[in-house]
Design a protein around this ligand. Structure first.
Ligand SMILES: *Cc1c(COP(=O)(O)O)cnc(C)c1O
Length: 338
């Protein structure tokens, strides 16, 4: 069996998760009648201390719904230059919301207050209306980096004073919460909306949660329908989310430990350089010439270890629920031989 370190999206449901799914009470969620979805939404809203939540098919959709709800065509959305909402959502901000994007070159995917201040447009007819700031925590392209919560508070305060909405792409927010010993409520208090993936480290087959006020969520539910994301008996999937929120959060620290161990082994190699600080479950590093990113991943594949070349010189490894300690040992053994 391969050791699949390409992404934390490759996880398969555990036997217990499957049982929870099979036994889920379901109904038509477009009619608001799916008890499992209703329970998941209620649980998530309570967990974050936010008014309401909306179950969505994917993190991409929940981000795109949030952006659509917070902007009107011609607005400007501010985010980091490698933000998922900008580089990995198919130009959705333009096509779904008719908004444009202003990017900031951050520090491993994180932007700070001074950068936000310097980026918003003045009230001037020449300029687009800056209406939304999107943060990503953890940052995928930043190597799983986490925000310093103090910086988020500063950005929040500034946004409140300048009529800017603040959205969090928290695809891997639970990784950040576990790594930084923070709470969901802290985040619920400061963001206008939060998107959290259930299909990443939490190990569900699909799904994402979008959190916000009751009013925001009512609008979001309408946009979700327009985007084709109104699902019917999706409670089978929501049940996996309920199970994951109960059982799969604290274990994320194991993934973080495994990532550090693999990164330590990589750091010994002469063909590896510029490993981004490993704060959670993602390892991103550069491959020194003559080796290439593709060359290295091809080499690893011969040993049944799968990783992704994310550029010609960068490789990404991600640890997750499906990566056992034995697999980590084996991976380290292979890295040492290369
Ligand atoms: C994976 C991911 C998403 C959304 O992913 P889906 O595959 O659409 O669920 C959003 N933001 C970040 C940072 C991600 O890593």
């Amino acid at each position: 069996m391969s050791i699949d370190l390409r992404s934390d999206t490759v996880t398969l449901p555990t036997q217990q998760m499957l049982e929870a799914m099979m036994n889920a009470p379901v109904g038509d969620d477009v009619f608001g009648e799916d008890p499992s979805i209703n329970l998941l939404e209620k649980m998530a809203a309570e967990l974050f201390g936010m008014e309401a939540a909306l179950y969505c098919p994917s993190g991409t959709m929940s981000n795109q719904i949030a952006i659509r709800c917070h902007t009107i065509p011609g607005d400007e959305v501010i985010c980091e230059q490698n933000a998922h909402v900008y580089i990995y959502e198919g130009g959705g901000i333009a096509s779904n919301s008719g908004a444009q994007v202003r990017v900031i070159a951050g520090n491993h995917g994180r932007i700070n207050l001074d950068q936000v201040k310097a980026t918003i447009n003045p009230d001037d007819v020449h300029k687009a209306h800056s209406s939304l700031v999107c943060l990503e925590n953890t940052s995928n392209r930043g190597g799983g980096s986490c925000y310093d919560f103090e910086e988020i508070l500063k950005i929040r305060e500034f946004c409140s004073g300048h009529h800017l909405r603040l959205h969090l792409d928290g695809a891997r927010l639970f990784n950040a919460l576990v790594a930084k010993k923070e709470t969901p409520v802290q985040y619920g208090e400061v963001f206008d909306s939060i998107s959290v993936c259930l299909n990443k480290g939490l190990g569900c087959p699909i799904g994402s949660i979008l959190l916000g006020t009751t009013e925001f969520t009512r609008k979001a539910r309408r946009v979700r329908k327009v985007f084709g994301g109104g699902m019917r008996q999706a409670g089978f999937m929501a049940a996996a989310g309920i199970y994951a929120l109960h059982h799969h959060i604290p274990r994320l620290s194991e993934d973080h430990l495994n990532a550090k161990r693999i990164a330590d082994a990589l750091a010994e190699k002469t063909f590896v350089r510029n490993i981004k600080p490993v704060e959670t479950n993602i390892i991103i590093f550069e491959v020194a010439p003559p080796q290439t990113a593709r060359g290295l991943t091809d080499e690893l594949r011969k040993h049944d270890i799968l990783a992704i070349p994310i550029s010609t010189v960068q490789v990404r490894f991600v640890t997750h629920l499906g990566i056992t300690e034995d697999m980590v040992e084996k991976t380290i053994g292979i890295i040492r031989q290369l």
